[in-house]
Design a protein around this ligand. Sequence first.
Ligand code: PLP
Length: 390
Amino acid sequence: MMESLQYYKIPTVALAYPRPLVSMLPVLDIKGLSLSKQNKSIFCNANAARLSSGRVAILHALECIGVTDRDTVLVPAYHCMSMIEPVLWLGARVKFYRVDKNLCPLIDFQQDSDLQDVKAVIIPHFFGFMQDITKLCDYFNKLDVKVIEDCAHAFFGERDGKNAGESGDFSITSTVKFFPGTEGGVLYSAKHVIPDLNITKRPLYQQLKAAKNILEHCQLNNSPKKLAAVQQHKLTDETSQGVDELCYVSKSKLNYLDPQKISLPLSWADSLVLNRTSHEWIVEQRRANYQYLAGQLKGLNNATLIFPELLPGTVPYVLPLLIHKPELHFSRLKIAGVPLWRWEELIVNDCPVSNDYRLKLIQLPIHQSLSTNELDWIAKQLRQVLASDN
Ligand SMILES: Cc1ncc(COP(=O)(O)O)c(C=O)c1O
């Protein structure tokens, strides 16, 4: 029978929010360009497959493992739909594992039957904070479960002497979270040979469109009026979150995985940007921006930093912040134009932390293209909005 899962739909009120006044993702920046070919991440290795997105890379990883409609795939209870839809596309079943407050997997399988038919597990380094992946791989491999190390948020990074992406049976990343671009993913394996993935060629018009998208995104986000507009923006008292509406997702009703993109390679323009943007610069800027913003947000009213400090090997994707009263503050932040995302669209499950974080965890940008002025502005908006208790 086709797997059909119930999820919380994003309320229609979300469509009315203004566009964020600062970009959530990096934009093309001349400062970061490098003459030499970059290879700081193992996702730049010659045997890594450059694909059209992270979700497509997950799909190919599942296929490399041999997942079929007879199998089950373990996925974190806290997730985005791009991690789930590749599993549904293959007709496999989804089973959730719980996470703790630091988003580490709670491996509490009591009986063998808990893992019956489980062929693969997806383990993300949420927001760039590395899991104890060596321990997790040992645990699952002993049970004959293959690990997909999900580095969508960890293009760079290292823990216990292991690079992000080096430990899983197969590892994936999503390039747009670290490089300017509109789509891109990579599949890598340090342990297995990646078979022929039947990747076709991108037609010329699509190659040109990808280059145009990168430039347009850059132009859109470099307009000088953006922060001035903010100061004039009046907060309205619209705090409604809408009512939770449940919907179904299944192989025949996917929203994020486009079957036409499964065989497409990364575009030339996206590949060029990945090869020629200084990896050292990205790593340094992201770490510095995270530490700066975290410093600005310390002691914030009505909010808690999940990770106040950065370990030496961490290269963050975003700064996760828990807002204590999302029903009061979330829409106010959106209306103020603060760039933020949250994984509101969750598949219904019984993990207490995931259910709590669904509305409370907001992701704030700390990418390399942000200026101190923009970080200050984000911190100021948060201080102003979160100061109010009603
Ligand atoms: C943890 C995680 N894995 C995989 C993906 C899929 O990446 P992409 O958007 O490139 O398809 C995402 C996307 O947000 C993600 O957050």
